[in-house]
Design a protein around this ligand. Structure first.
Ligand code: FAD
Length: 246
């Protein structure tokens, strides 16, 4: 999508949902800004006047957030934001922004996208809040009934840190082309019968797709580097690996 296709919008927040202790979803009503075409996986920039502790005064902050809603949801867009306690924009977003507030949103941008014609086999590898762009891709593929097989490998610190788990579990029950495997890196007292551990070579080997499968990586820098290295060592050719570093 070319820069000329981007829009600068003032959008009303119509819904806020607490997804996990650290992640909230924010829904923006598109109102008169419809249509807002974008590709699943793209992001928007939110601009706000927030406190700048380094300068000890208010200042402008611009931060990117992946669109977590699907382009098929034409009346609104959603983002999922993790709260970084020492950050500038996300504590404001989590603690101050309310339904009815108007935020400045620019976009869409980005090339970390799902394109229908490229492959009918996807392996989406997510660490933590790196799940956000995949929610858009998954909702899009399932809503359009596309003949694409999606395997989501989703890692979080503890079972309570999985955003959208009820939604993904329900999707697995209804769609035979969507499968999600959860893994936690730090088991806690919450009962958990799923996998424990990082994305290691054995795990990734078990979930390799057929030749031509596209692999998407989104999450912490270290995870992306390790997974990309492991996938190439397992014989996946580099052009089939897409990644987005935050
Ligand atoms: C393409 C793209 C898509 C993205 N999508 C999402 C998304 O969907 N959801 C999401 O939550 N984020 C996303 N991000 C990240 C997002 O843009 C922000 O970087 C993030 O939300 C933190 O913003 P912030 O202003 O709260 O923190 P910042 O002020 O930018 O701080 C970032 C980090 O630095 C630390 N830090 C800040 N100041 C200091 C200091 N003085 N000393 C030590 N550490 C410090 C903070 O604790 C925090 O961990 C995306 C980024 C990119 C590039």
């Amino acid at each position: 999508m070319a820069a000329r296709d981007q829009k600068q919008m003032n959008l009303v927040i119509s819904e806020i949902r607490q997804e996990t202790p650290e992640i909230k979803s924010f829904r923006f009503d598109l109102g008169s800004n419809k249509p807002f075409p974008f590709r699943p996986g793209q992001f928007v920039i939110i601009t706000a006047e927030v406190w700048n502790p380094k300068r000890n005064r208010m200042g402008t902050a611009n931060r990117a957030f992946s669109l977590s809603s699907s382009p098929t949801e034409e009346d609104f867009i959603e983002i999922a934001a993790k709260r970084y306690p020492e950050g500038r924009l996300t504590p404001w977003l989590h603690d101050t922004v309310k339904v009815g507030d108007i935020l400045n949103v620019k976009g869409p941008e980005g090339n970390f996208v799902f394109t229908e014609s490229e492959s009918d086999e996807l392996v989406l590898i997510a660490g933590g809040i790196g799940i956000a762009p995949y929610r858009s891709m998954i909702r899009y593929i399932l809503a359009k009934g596309l003949p694409v097989r999606v395997t989501l490998l989703y890692s979080a610190r503890t079972p309570a840190d999985f955003a959208f788990k009820p939604e993904f579990d329900a999707a697995m029950d209804h769609f035979s082309n969507f499968h999600c495997i959860y893994t936690v890196t730090r088991p806690d007292p919450t009962p958990w019968t799923g996998r424990v551990g990082r994305f290691d070579e054995a795990f990734l080997r078990d979930h390799l797709g057929p030749v031509g499968t596209l692999y998407y990586l989104c999450g912490p820098d270290r995870m992306i580097k390790d997974c990309a290295q492991t996938l190439t060592a397992l014989g996946v050719s580099y052009p089939l690996i897409r990644s987005e570093r935050w």
